[in-house]
Design a protein around this ligand. Sequence first.
Ligand SMILES: [Zn+2]
Length: 405
Amino acid sequence: MHTFLLKNIRTERKRWTENISTAGDVTASTNLLIRDGKVEAYIDDISTFNEDIKIVDGNDLLIVPALREMHCHIDKSKLGTSWTPVSKASSIVERFTNEPKELDKLEIPMVERAANLIALELSHGVDFFRTHIDVHSAVGQRFLEQSLTAAERFQGAADFEFVAFPQHGLLRSRSIEEVDTALKNGATIIGGVDPASVDGDSKASLNATFELAVKHDVDIDLHIHDRYDDFLETLKYLLDFTEEAGYQNRVAVSHGFGLNDLGHEESGLFNRIKTNGIKVISSVPLTGNIPPLEKLRIYGVDVNIGCDNIYDCWSPYGSGDIREKLRRYGEAFNIRTHNEIADILPVVTGKPLDYENEFNASGINVGDEASFLLTEASCITEFIARPTVINKRFYKGKCINFPGN
Ligand SMILES: [Zn+2]
């Protein structure tokens, strides 16, 4: 197993205050004892350490938690193929109806394209993927099987959650059986898309979703693009079903554009979202649909982001750099000062900041798996705001060098 002393690293420990003038004042030099792939101790004074174990030099780099990709579609990736533009579609129904045919025509198999996407995101510091995988009558289980094969290649370098995603509508495409099968075949979460506008009946769609979720004891992650009354109705049913099923902390709303449209019901519904531990996951869109993510985060809602489309049949764009999405988040919500920027780090790490922690505010705690990044950034804020170099990634204590280092 991976046991060593990671010497000569810096951790962020303090808030920026009026008395502080340089990034060095919010960080401290330390050394980290890793045993069997876990963080055993921070050792500030190395002269007190006399165990005879391997020593790895951290070269005075800053340590931050590894990053999480909370919404992507590795099965949709066109990465590695020669350039093909996105085709015209007048509705999402037309788009998703054409998609499997377009993907099947590509010259590189799905396993390779999916692996290319995973490798791209790993190179930007991600070590955890929640990926939606199309599961419906048009594709059966084959996208899931190929995605599982692609992820298999990265065993020992990253963790994965596979969402069984009925892109063509759970009810609309009569896909309950396929999703049921997928949840026996390696999918670990049930997905869904617009219970109101795609399935045409938000109550029946959510009822079927929760029945499958409870049957397989899996979490739920729904793509909801609907706005206004459709969104409001869906959200209320979602909250009701969550409460009835005791599904607190197990449900996510992806996209959630309609979170902008709650009017006088906003505060009550935001509180119910928070109380039920419902995650909101966004790709931080630039198209005017961005949900009020900062408001939700300040309410105490668990806000996460993902790259979503990265060169696929839906979008020709996407760099696969989750930190770039976080910078967009910062810009979109006009977040500028050191402490405000530092506060959004958990959006991509899932680890709350803890300034009470004697050793590390950014969320790498004693007892955690030793999964983190070493970066040339001087502090958390620079790591977020600037495209600073990530020099090394550690996954459960295993060191993975980055290209060029
Ligand atoms: Zn998506």
